[in-house]
Structure formats: structure tokens, C-alpha cells
Design a protein around this ligand. Sequence first.
Ligand code: HEM
Length: 446
Amino acid sequence: MPVTYVSGTAPGGLPLVGHAWPLMRRPLDFLRSLPAHGDLVEIRLGSVPAYVPCHPELVHQVLFDDRTFDKGGPFFTRLRDIVGNGLGSCAHRDHRRQRRLVQPAFHRARLDGYAGVMAEEAARLSASWRAGETVDVFPAMFGLTLRTVTRTLFSARLAEDDVARLQHSFAVALSGLFRRMFVPGPVQRLPLPANRRYARALADLHTTVDRLVTAYRRSGQDHGDLLSTLVAARDEDGNEGLTATEIHDQVMTMVFGGSETMAASLTWSLYALARHPETARELHEELDSVLGDRPVTPADVPRLPCTGQIVTESLRRYSPAWLFTRVTTVPVDMAGRRLPPGSTMVVSPPVVHHSPAVHACPAEFRPARWPAEPGRPPREGAVIFGVGARKCIGDVYAMTEAVLALATFCHRWRMELAPGADVRPPALSTVQYPRRLLLRLTDRPR
Ligand code: HEM
């Protein structure tokens, strides 16, 4: 018998702002409350209606049909300010070509090279910490993942002030991005301090990336990194590659995709371990038995199943990538409603990750619910990395980096929650992460 889905409307929308307030202030609570109102729920982003598929099957329907539900809507419109028409934000008509040209940068052989950089950067950060120190985790992880993604992109190590500037400009641009999803166009163009800050951050990002790309292209060699692959990429007929603007946009896309989300993922994993000493003990046992006294290397990733399960479960439980949008290109009948072309769809992974129909006891942190396949993204039951043609191109990269970094830190340090932590995600953030996770480090007895 075909399943009948029902649609509903979220209560509490206000004139002009719609549901912007709960979405900005307590987004996960708001989104997780929606399935109680239907399988497809109408909300309002400012004055614009938007539809949230709440049944996991409807989420899959939207994500798998990338022709009917194309990239668009307020999230991607604003994201294009930062990443242009790169792989993650381009429309369906440009996507196949871009994906084919970018894909070689994520082939196995390339990933093996990136893993060396990931292990080295994690070891460098771990060695900079001292016993007794309290670490503010998210900024430390953001610095690490930004350094790692730019080194795998450009092979050269970035100067510390470049890392700090990129980190700052990304943070300003990303928080502006989310706020601007709800603000009407003319207000976005007023010379207000927030608009000026946003414009300055964007200009700085584009200038820094242009400078790095230009310096890199001058050398013209294959450095075994992501940018070499992008510069060398050619269409099937061997003629047309990516234009300079497209390369710029791909670089911005990768830095965006590979930094803040990665940092949030690592931060949540460390938080979960501090909250679950039994899981931390199992992890330490695995690390001691596989590594003994030597440092972690990329070859260890497949031998660390418990580490991989902790990474995956943290991504499910805390869902750092929590919202993206699509726009319908044709009339769509869904859950008894007819959605006209141009309708905004809001897809939220936590709605699936917290559905009891998909995961038993979804509120619990249970790494053992996942198959022991370290370094591999989960194949079923989660939309952590999206699904279908627009699935994350960096999923294996991300899992490898997370396993290497977590193993490096936890092999060396015992980490306990320190006073002053505030793990509520910040308002207005594109990625969910604890706004201030403080961990106190002590030596691990061997
Ligand atoms: C834990 C870390 C990560 C998470 C949770 C994550 C999540 C996601 C999700 C959910 C999507 C699909 C978005 C949509 O359907 O609209 C996506 C796409 C994408 N991600 Fe990731 N990502 C992560 C790491 C990375 C890394 C490390 C990179 C690159 C170095 C990256 C690059 C991309 C790109 C380029 C796309 C667009 C793919 C396409 O449309 O063909 N991501 N990511």
C-alpha cells in the first residue's frame, strides 16, 4: 500500500519575520519540533513560505531528484556571495561538468597524499599543547582544519597571519550569510555597520584566495595537491578545463566546505568523549593496542574502528551541517500539496538523524550503532554528507581527517570539561558547534 503523507503548518510565525526568530535562536529545537505538525511542514523565512520535508522518505525524494529540486533558495543564494558558482552552489545545468572536472582531486591516490598532511597538522597542534592547559576547542579546531584544507589545496604551508585572517573573514562572512537569509534585499545594501563588515570580510576572502591562486599558478607544476588537479582538469575531449573564475570559486568552495564543518565535527567528538568516559576508555584501549607508543599515521585509519564510530555518531547526534535549501523547478505534488515552481524547500539533516523511525533512541550517544568501517562515510541511515548527485565530494576526506585528528589528540591527552564551557550552538551560525567548549588537558598514563 502506498504511504500517505500529510502536510501541516508550523505554529508561531510572526508578521514580516515569520519563523526567523526560533530558527536563529534555537534552530535544532525548532526543526526537531516540526515532524509533530506533518510529513511536510510549511514555515516562513521572513515573509517567504518554505517547506520542510520531515519524513525521511520525503527528505530522500528531495535530495535524490536534483533536477526537480535544484540548488537555490535563500541559503544557496547567500552562499554564492562567498563561493560564487562553485561545485556546491552551482545549478543542476552546470553540475555534471563541474563534478567531473573536480572529482579527480578526490581520487584515492590524491587522498593518500592529503592524509599525510592531515596527520602532520594534527600532530603539530597536539605538540603545541601543555599538560594543565585549558583549550578553547572550536577556535583551535577551526585553525587546524583551515590550515589542513589550505595545505592540501595549495601544498605550501600558509603563513600564520594568513590563517588568522582567513579564519576571521570566514567567521564574519558566514555569520552574515545566515542573518542575510532573512533580511530583504534593499536592507542588505544599506551602509549599515553589519553590512560593511560583511562586505569587507568578503573582499578580504576573495583577495587572499586570488593572491594564493596566482602565486601558485605561476609555478605551473603538479604539486600533488587539489589545486594542481583543478588547474590540470580537462573535459572529455581534452580541451576545455576550468576557467580562472571557476578555479577561484572551487577554491572558495573547498575552503568553505572543508574548514568550519570539519572543525565542528571534531569539536563535537571531543565534547562527546568528555561527556561519556566509558566511550573514552574504549577509545583509549583501541589507540593503545593499535599504536603502542608511536604516533598515528594514515595507514592506521582502517585499524581504528572505534575512533571511526565515534566520529560518525558525533556527526549524527550533533549534525553540524544542519540546514540547506533547494528550489523547485517544476510544479510538485507532495504530501497532498501542490508546490508551484520556485518554491523553497528547507532540508535539515537533524530531522532525519533524530527520527525514531530511522535510529533507535536517537537522543542517546551510541557509537556502536554504526558498522565498524573507519574512514568511510556511513552508507545508510544518515544524511550527514547528503545523498544523491549532490552528496559531499569531501566525505572520505572528512572521515579520514577526523579519525586521524581524534586519534592523535586522544592518544596523547586526557581531556576533561573545564568550568566556563557553554555548549549551546551560537545563534546565526551556518554550522552548529558548541559556542565555547573548554577542555582541560592532562597527560595520559601509559
Ligand atoms: C564533517 C565534515 C563535512 C560535512 C558534515 C559535510 C556535509 C556536506 C553536505 C550535507 C553536503 C550536501 C549539501 C547539499 O546537498 O546541499 C556537502 C556537499 C559538499 N561538500 Fe561537504 N561536508 C564535510 C566536509 C567537506 C570537506 C572536507 C570538503 C572539501 C574539502 C567538502 C566539500 C563539499 C562540496 C564541494 C560539496 C558539494 C558537492 C556537490 O554539490 O557536488 N565537504 N557536504
